[in-house]
Design a protein around this ligand. Structure first.
Ligand code: SAH
Ligand code: SF4
Ligand code: F3S
Length: 441
């Protein structure tokens, strides 16, 4: 038996890939153990911002003591970070003995076995950005028994000028709908009640097929899987947004009315420099359409401050956009130059201090907006899947509303995995607190 530890950073796609890796290793007879006992430690890391890479660098440095004493652990760095800077990690630390890009996931379990038998090192970088070595196992061994992610498309061809993803995850490729449906059925048969479909741009799902099968068709087909209670998805790129997706949500009890529609900037000038391919007028029309057809929708967004050339006026445009659209939640970030992307070499880079200031200002504004929206929900009742214990607080459980808001409430662990009705009793800017009413199913 080989003891392994899996350390996951970054977005939901990395969680999905890690669940598959864990499943493949467990099915080989390996066992997940605490990191300090593990013979093999796998880092599935992210490169989206400098900070994400830093975390892994500093974690990797910690193995020197154990390595000198025991020659362990065998460390593998996989995922986006491996594709981006894995070779630097390999040359810096002797305990890093394997790197594998996201499109080599299928080769990871076998390569780890080979390494245990040898003293060598293995490099599995995605030199061909169209090839894909998949791991033919569902994400069965998850940390959460009731919820699972399912990736529906690999890679990204949009080349937003700030973004590393097209360079590390390769070319866009939709997964076969039949394969996705089989995976969802398997998960639901094992007790999963909520599925989140993942893609960097779910709205472009199927654009590489010739039969006209698109994202809204997939949504309806997955929602029809018997036994599936909740279906969510992310991320929706505004440039490819089509009304049939809203219609699919409106016509279904399973597809949740929660949409993440990243705006990235409120300034048309900056959106052009970002290569986002929409402007504020187009974005506004989409939001109007969504809110007209889904009045209860939970609408979230992503926003970058301090993109090269962002003036105070552009920044004010972003603040105005937040006031105008009143998103339920916004993932904000200070622009982080990524080597190899177009924006990294643009002139007029904004200073670190100024980026921090702008980030504080947007966060303050958005917290206020989110808090006011959440306050308006006091007394409302929701049916939620109780999907875990709250990270803080004794005896507290949590779930999410169909509109994707976290609800925390005191409850019994026997409620885990069940649908209950809660009444909202308190609001914070990032979550709601509730009272248990009754158990539904
Ligand atoms: N595919 C999604 C986003 C994936 S990356 C989309 O198109 O919206 C997740 C978020 O990270 C992005 O929405 C963006 O806000 C942020 N991000 C990406 N690159 C960044 C960078 N270089 N600096 C700061 N934030 C970045
Ligand atoms: Fe990055 Fe743009 Fe692709 Fe999203 S759509 S992953 S931001 S390049
Ligand atoms: Fe990070 Fe890769 Fe996701 S860079 S955000 S883990 S696609």
């Amino acid at each position: 038996m080989v003891g392994f530890a899996l350390k996951v950073y970054g977005c939901q796609m990395n969680v999905y890939d890690s669940d598959k890796i864990r499943t493949a290793l467990v099915r080989k007879g390996w066992k997940e153990v605490p990191e300090e006992d593990a013979r093999v430690v796998i880092f599935n890391g992210c490169s989206i911002r400098d900070k994400a890479e830093h975390k892994v660098w500093s974690e990797l440095g910690r193995y020197s003591g154990r390595w000198k004493k025991e020659g362990l652990p065998l460390v593998a760095v996989v995922g986006c970070i491996a594709q981006n800077i894995g070779t630097d990690m390999l040359s810096r630390f002797p305990w890093v003995r394997m790197i594998a890009g996201p499109r080599h996931i299928g080769a990871i379990p076998g390569a780890l076995e080979d390494l245990l038998e040898s003293k060598g090192r293995i490099l599995l970088l995605d030199d061909d950005d169209r090839a894909f070595y998949d791991l033919p196992t569902p994400p069965a061994e998850r940390l959460n028994p009731w919820k699972a992610y399912v990736t529906i498309a690999h890679g990204c061809d949009n080349y937003c000028t700030y973004c590393i993803v097209p360079f590390v995850r390769g070319r866009f490729m939709s997964r076969d709908p039949g394969e996705i449906l089989v995976e969802v059925e398997e998960l639901v048969n094992e007790g999963v009640r909520e599925i989140t479909l993942l893609g960097q741009n779910v709205n472009s799902y199927g654009t590489d097929f010739t039969d006209g099968y698109r994202f809204s068709h997939l949504l309806k087909d997955v929602a029809a899987v018997r036994g599936l209670d909740l279906l969510r998805f992310a991320t929706s790129h505004p440039k490819d947004f089509t009304p049939d997706v809203v219609d699919a949500i409106a016509g279904s009890d399973v597809i949740c009315p929660g949409i993440n529609l990243p705006i990235q900037s409120g300034s048309d000038r900056i959106l052009r420099k970002m290569n986002r391919k929409y402007d504020l007028a187009i974005y506004t029309a989409i939001v109007e359409l969504i809110r007209e057809k889904l009045p209860e929708v939970g609408l979230t967004s992503d926003l970058i401050v301090g993109f090269p050339g962002e003036t105070e006026e552009d920044f004010q445009d972003s603040l105005r956009a937040l006031e105008k659209f009143r998103f339920d939640l916004v993932h904000t970030a200070a622009y982080s130059p990524r080597s190899g992307t177009a924006a990294a070499t643009m002139g007029e880079q904004v200073g670190e201090e100024e980026k921090k200031r702008r980030l504080n200002v947007v966060n303050e504004l958005q917290s206020r907006i989110s808090y006011n929206i959440n306050l308006s929900l006091l007394g409302r009742e929701y049916s939620i899947l109780v999907d875990g214990e709250a990270p803080k607080g004794e005896g507290l459980l949590q779930g999410r509303t169909p509109t994707d808001k976290v609800v925390i409430f005191p409850g019994d662990k026997e409620m885990l995995g069940r649908f209950i009705r809660v009444s909202i009793s308190e609001a914070e800017h990032w979550c709601l607190h509730g009272r248990y009413m009754d158990t539904l199913s």
